[in-house]
Structures are given as C-alpha cells and as structure tokens.
Design a protein. Structure first.
Length: 111
C-alpha cells in the first residue's frame, strides 16, 4: 500500500520523540506576513499565535490572551493528517507541542 506524502511526518516523528516545549495558542486565519502572502490552510495545517492563560476568580472561565511578542507560526494537527481535514475553528484555543525526532528535526503540532 502506497503511503501519502504527509504520512512521512507520522513515520519520521515516531522514533525517539522528545518533547521540547508545550505552549498555548489560538488558531488564526493567516500567517505572520498577512493573508495575501500566507493565507489560511485547507488541510491539517494551521496558523496560530501564542497565548497565555489569564485567570480571575476560581469559578471564572479560563481566558487565553495573545502573548505580546509571542510566536506566530504554523502547526500541524496530527489528528487530521490521514484525512487532510481542517476542523479547528479560527479563534479556537489549542495546546501546541514542539517535539524533536531522533534526527533532531523540529515538529510543531496542535494537540
């Protein structure tokens, strides 16, 4: 059975994955250079901006705010790789994991 090119990411990332960092992010519609040069994706990839958790009273709903000077980059939702789907919504809060494989290649994945 022939594997699709995106499944290379799954195969290559499996051996000796090392979690480098976990951050929070919010899905946005364009990359850091704007919608004209870096528009929204239609597959398992997403643009995100780094956020931080703000909290008030213990009974308040968790609120994530954009981190000034934070990252604005692309992440892959690994749950959507096989179907090449695109189900996360603009404005949705996500956890971002940055991992490295045994070859020290960096992957940014939405969890």
């Amino acid at each position: 059975m022939k594997m699709r090119s995106s499944s290379k990411l799954v195969r290559r990332a499996r051996p000796a994955r090392k979690l480098e960092e976990e951050i929070y992010g919010k899905i946005v519609c364009a990359g850091p250079e704007g919608e004209e040069s870096q528009p929204n994706f239609t597959d398992e990839r997403y643009w995100f901006v780094e956020t931080f958790l703000t909290s008030g009273e213990p009974t308040d709903k968790a609120v994530f705010e954009k981190l000034r000077g934070g990252r604005h980059e692309m992440a892959t939702n690994i749950r959507e790789i096989l179907e090449h789907s695109h189900h996360l919504r603009i404005g949705q809060d996500v956890k971002i994991r940055i991992i490295r494989d045994s070859g020290n290649e960096r992957y940014v994945v939405a969890a």
